[in-house]
Design a protein around this ligand. Structure first.
Ligand code: APR
Length: 233
């Protein structure tokens, strides 16, 4: 690869699939008969908060049964070793990147282990049971909800992500279908500033045509090979 100093890596549900976490747009694409687009919205939270909480309660419970896989481990090793700027932007709400040891990481779609007060905006750790109507420790209002960016809400840290993309020499997208913006558009920003772009995915994604290169296969194989290559092992 050409001279690379600054790297931005985008990850999606596919990187956690081999750890045993379901992707969002799987074969039937439904959860209890609902499309994710119908469950993960502010309207759904107003209409049926119990359903929305249950969707995320199930995902949170699953975290205790899974562990980071070779792809998470390889990215954490890259984070430790890489001397230039590096930012891992994950769309995932699981905690597998940080459990593998990644530090230069941000969760643009929120985190399962966090609760957000819809009244005052304060975030706090998710306690064992937080049904709809749980009270915020900050403002005292019964408005705690999962700290997840729903469809129609603005992802977190967009300024920081945009700044990193504009300095990037290399942009890598791993395990994401490219179905959801703004993440799906990061490759175009990276191309615009002249970065090299690489996709690692099990299937060609909706945005494959925008990448200089697409490698097809499981993340647990492709990501360690990519990292070894980059570090010159
Ligand atoms: N290795 C690599 N890629 C994989 C693997 C694997 N083992 N298994 C699946 N994939 C790929 C699939 O081919 C698919 O392209 O991962 C992608 C997963 O796509 P989605 O389920 O759409 O997940 P993601 O792109 O992360 O979704 C984006 O949508 O529902 C919202 O907010 C949610 O963050 C999520 C966003």
């Amino acid at each position: 690869m050409h001279d690379i100093r600054n790297i931005v890596i985008l990850t999606g549900a596919g990187i956690s699939a081999e750890s045993g976490l379901a992707t969002f747009r799987g074969p039937d694409g439904l959860w209890e008969g609902h499309r994710v687009e119908d469950v993960c919205t502010p309207e759904a939270l107003r209409r049926d908060a119990a359903l929305v909480h249950r969707f995320y309660d199930e995902r949170r419970a699953k975290l205790a049964e899974v562990a980071p896989n070779a792809a998470h481990e390889a990215l954490a090793a890259l984070d430790r070793a890489w001397p230039g700027d590096l930012l891992i932007v994950t769309q995932n709400v699981d905690d597998l990147h940080e459990r593998a040891g990644a530090k230069r990481l941000l969760h643009m779609h929120g985190e399962l282990k966090s609760a957000l007060c819809a009244a005052c905006g304060k975030a706090a750790a998710w306690e064992a049971a937080m049904p709809p109507g749980s009270v915020c420790g900050g403002c005292g209002k019964p408005r705690l909800r999962p700290d997840i960016v729903f469809f129609g809400e603005m992802p977190y840290e967009m300024d920081r992500i945009d700044a990193a993309l504009r300095e990037a020499d290399l942009f890598v997208s791993i395990g994401t279908s490219g179905a959801v913006y703004p993440a799906a558009g990061f490759v175009q920003t990276a191309r615009y500033v002249g970065a090299r772009t690489l996709e690692l995915n099990l299937d060609p994604s909706a945005g494959s045509i925008y990448f200089h290169e697409t490698r097809i296969g499981p993340a647990s194989e492709l990501v360690p090979a990519f990292v070894a290559d980059l570090l010159g092992d």
